[in-house]
Structures are given as structure tokens and as C-alpha cells.
Design a protein around this ligand. Structure first.
Ligand SMILES: Nc1ncnc2c1ncn2[C@@H]1O[C@H](COP(=O)(O)OP(=O)(O)OP(=O)(O)O)[C@@H](O)[C@H]1O
Ligand SMILES: [Mg+2]
Length: 218
């Protein structure tokens, strides 16, 4: 960005240059600067999202329905890039009727799982399989997002969840930090397991909604 600004200033200052030529080159640089400013704005917004307080709007969220709708939304992107997408809910029922319920903020949970799915997609530049599954056991609900992509190098395990760690040219490295923040705000956990060149599974565990259940006695 600074280099572009410097070059732009030099072009504009050069009185011997042809005006039309200078104008054309300056416009190109202004376009590049605008794109860069957009990216910084997005980064800043995401950072605020991460640093500021979050207020959860809690309702009983049907996680099967949530991943089913994410699947419908992601389908065109996945099929256009040779990624086979599977949505799995218990009992193979229609996802909207799944029995996997948690108490949480539907929009934020959706954003968290979308971030995981996008990462999975980006880990498979030449196609593969992405599976988003949900289920529950005892007083927990879980969602897994598995890909058959490049995997995470063991040396990066400690860094992937940290803000600004990215191995992608255009990544901000905030996706997983935001996801983890959302899950933690829900009292849940985010873990992963990965094998280089085989794939990665991210697991979200959330306390399931059990409003009528009496508190456990020790
Ligand atoms: N499913 C995955 N497979 C392989 N590597 C992954 C996967 N998910 C995350 N990573 C690694 O973790 C890094 C951090 O992920 P994160 O989502 O926080 O940032 P990003 O995807 O690089 O950028 P952004 O999400 O801001 O666009 C990635 O750059 C990548 O190296
Ligand atoms: Mg990401």
C-alpha cells in the first residue's frame, strides 16, 4: 500500500510526463489502493468483532437444521470446485427435523461453522470431500467439519487458532480465532485433528439445550 502511494505521488509530481499516460497509470494505482483499503477495513471490522464484547441472543438452535441450511448455501461453491459436500444428521432424518438442539446464538454459531467449512474448502484446491455432521450425547451436542485436504503441519498446531496466523496469501488469519471465540462464549470447545495430505477434522462441542432437566446433583 505504501509503495503504491509513493509511486502514485512520484507519477503526479513528474511534470515532464505525458498527462494522459500519467492519468491512466494513476487510476490503476488508485484502484489497487482502493482494494487494499477495502481489505484493511474488513480486517479491522473482523478484529473489532474479535476484541469487543459479544452479546449472545440465545434460543434453542436445531443444529441439524443449521448445518442443512449451510449446506444449501455452500452447495454451488462446492460443486463448482469438485468438492463433494455431505451433511450428516443422526438417523438420516431431514436435517430440519434433527433432534440435535443446543441453546445458543443461531447467527453466531452459523458463522462459526461456516468459517470451518470455508477453511475445509480452501484446504482442497483440487477438490475432495467435505463432511459436516452433527449429533448429541448426554448433555452435549457436537458438530464436526471434515475435509480431505492438505492437512495442518504438526509445527503449526499451536498457532492455527491464534489471531493473524495464516498460511494463505490473502487470509487474515482471524477466521479460526473468531470461531473459537464464538464457541467459547457458548461454553463450548473447539478442537481439531489432522494428518498431512490426508485431511483435517474440526470438532465443536456445545452444551446441549436441556431447559427442563433438573440440575445434576453431585
Ligand atoms: N481445514 C484446514 N485444513 C488445513 N489447514 C487449515 C484448515 N483450517 C485452518 N487451517 C490453517 O489454519 C490457518 C488459520 O486459519 P484461519 O481460518 O484462522 O485463517 P485463514 O483461513 O488463513 O484466513 P481467514 O479465515 O481470515 O480468511 C490457515 O491459514 C491454515 O494454515
Ligand atoms: Mg479461514
Amino acid at each position: 500500500m505504501m509503495i503504491n502511494l509513493k509511486l502514485l505521488a512520484e507519477d503526479l509530481r513528474d511534470e515532464s510526463a505525458d498527462f494522459g499516460d500519467t492519468r491512466r497509470r494513476s487510476l490503476l494505482k488508485v484502484d489497487g489502493l482502493r482494494r487494499e483499503a477495502d481489505r484493511l477495513q474488513q480486517l479491522f471490522d473482523e478484529f473489532l468483532n474479535l476484541a469487543g464484547p459479544v452479546t449472545l441472543v440465545r434460543t434453542a438452535v436445531n443444529l441439524g437444521g443449521l448445518i442443512g441450511r449451510l449446506g444449501t448455501f455452500l452447495d454451488p461453491l462446492m460443486s463448482s470446485s469438485q468438492v463433494e459436500l455431505t451433511i450428516a444428521v443422526p438417523g438420516d432424518t431431514d436435517s430440519e427435523n434433527s433432534s440435535v438442539i443446543c441453546l445458543g446464538d443461531e447467527n453466531l454459531l452459523s458463522q462459526a461453522i461456516l468459517n470451518l467449512a470455508i477453511n475445509g474448502h480452501q484446504a482442497m484446491p483440487s477438490g475432495g470431500r467435505l463432511r459436516i455432521a452433527t449429533g448429541s450425547s448426554d448433555d452435549q451436542a457436537w458438530v464436526t467439519v471434515s475435509d480431505t485436504g492438505v492437512g495442518i503441519a504438526p509445527g503449526d498446531y499451536d498457532r492455527v487458532l491464534k489471531p493473524f496466523f495464516s498460511t494463505k496469501g490473502k487470509g487474515t488469519g482471524l477466521g479460526l480465532s473468531i470461531t473459537q471465540r464464538i464457541i467459547h462464549e457458548h461454553g463450548g470447545t473447539l478442537t481439531f485433528s489432522s494428518q498431512l495430505a490426508k485431511g483435517t477434522t474440526f470438532t465443536v462441542i456445545l452444551p446441549s439445550a436441556a431447559p427442563d432437566k433438573p440440575a445434576k446433583t453431585p
